[in-house]
Design a protein around this ligand. Structure first.
Ligand SMILES: Cc1cc2nc3c(=O)[nH]c(=O)nc-3n(C[C@H](O)[C@H](O)[C@H](O)COP(=O)(O)O)c2cc1C
Length: 315
């Protein structure tokens, strides 16, 4: 029995919902020896900034219980390099592309959007990273003033017809309130969740195990939080949702689909098992066949609240 995994997000049609979370899948073909990129529903790039960023010095990742902490600090070669070096690669690849962008001001967000709008034959959507825990300007602390988030989204919307996803994290404040406001300012969908800030101490050195005191916690440790936000955002607003946060195997993937996720962005798992996306894709198909599910539309958003009176979604 063939299973229809086709996923439609507004005018964008993807062959399946499995993608990769920003920053966890290299910048172009690094995973090509493990993953057949053409089998992915889409690729989400590492966050691109206007200028090159060296990122934070080492050590900037460490393993913690059920996850990892990272303080990469948006290392990337900048907008011009991406346009020159990576766009031709992705054009040839032909897999739907979601470019993650971050600016230090509304002007920079606008410039990034305007630039990528010129590449609408290659780029299908923008994921606006409003929630990086590891940088000062443009990062999660900076964005705690909600006006900055809204100015960024407005600037992006003004400059592009591309689909826009706002990437949020509970670190910013009330995710649902922010989601409501960014959607009113022109975002098409929401991406939840970015990492949660955490800490890990080297007990001999009595200092942080990574270069900063805090880093972004990701992996299975944050999955229940991510699942909750995916469910709540979908239920409250009914808009396209990209899910990330601890999607490690096909069971996690199915949970996120049931909660209402449109896209499943696999992150930390790529470091544990470079073929994670392929295994997840296979697992979803096997599950559907066993359950005689012909299309993932039958699972997506099928969660039944315990509160059968229907309200269900308590904040
Ligand atoms: C090493 C690392 C680098 C990351 N870099 C970015 C980034 O550049 N932009 C971004 O929006 N999120 C970034 N993230 C967050 C992931 O995209 C994802 O939202 C988060 O890790 C939760 O998913 P996971 O638990 O599956 O990793 C990064 C995460 C990790 C672990």
């Amino acid at each position: 029995m063939s299973v229809d995994l086709t996923t439609r997000i507004k005018n964008l049609k993807l062959k399946n919902p499995v993608t990769v979370a920003s920053g966890t899948f290299g910048t172009s073909d690094e995973y090509a020896g493990y993953v057949d990129y053409k089998k992915l529903g889409a690729i989400i790039t590492k966050t691109i900034t206007v200028r090159p960023r060296p990122g934070n010095p080492m050590p900037r990742i460490c393993e913690v219980s059920s996850g990892m902490l990272n303080a990469i600090g948006l290392q990337n070669k900048g907008l011009a390099d991406f346009i020159e070096q990576k766009i031709p690669y992705f054009r040839k690849l032909g897999v739907p592309l979601i470019v993650s962008i971050a600016g230090e001001s509304a002007g920079e967000f606008g410039l990034l959007a305007k630039t990528f709008d010129r590449f609408r034959s290659v780029v299908n959507a923008l994921e606006v990273n409003l929630s990086c825990p590891n940088v000062e300007s443009g990062g999660v602390n900076f964005m705690k003033k909600q006006k900055r988030i809204l100015d960024a989204i407005k600037a992006v919307r003004c400059q592009t017809k591309l689909l826009i996803f706002a990437k949020l994290s509970p670190e910013l404040g009330d995710v649902l309130e922010i989601a409501d406001n960014v959607l009113k300012r022109g975002a098409d969908g929401i991406s939840v969740i970015n990492t949660l800030r955490g800490m890990s101490i080297d007990i001999n050195g009595r200092t942080s195990r990574i270069v900063r005191d805090f880093g972004g916690l990701s992996g299975p440790a944050i999955k229940p939080v991510a699942l909750r936000y995916v469910y709540q955002v979908k239920k409250e607003f009914g808009v396209p949702v990209i899910a990330s946060g601890g999607i490690s195997d096909w069971r996690d993937a199915v949970e996120f689909l049931i909660a209402g996720a449109d896209l499943l962005a696999v992150g930390t798992s790529n470091f544990v098992e470079p073929r994670a996306t392929m295994e997840i894709l296979k697992g979803i198909r096997v599950f559907c066949r066993k359950e005689k599910i012909k299309s993932i539309k039958e699972i997506r958003g099928s969660y039944r609240p315990r509160d059968q009176k229907g309200k269900g979604c308590s904040r």
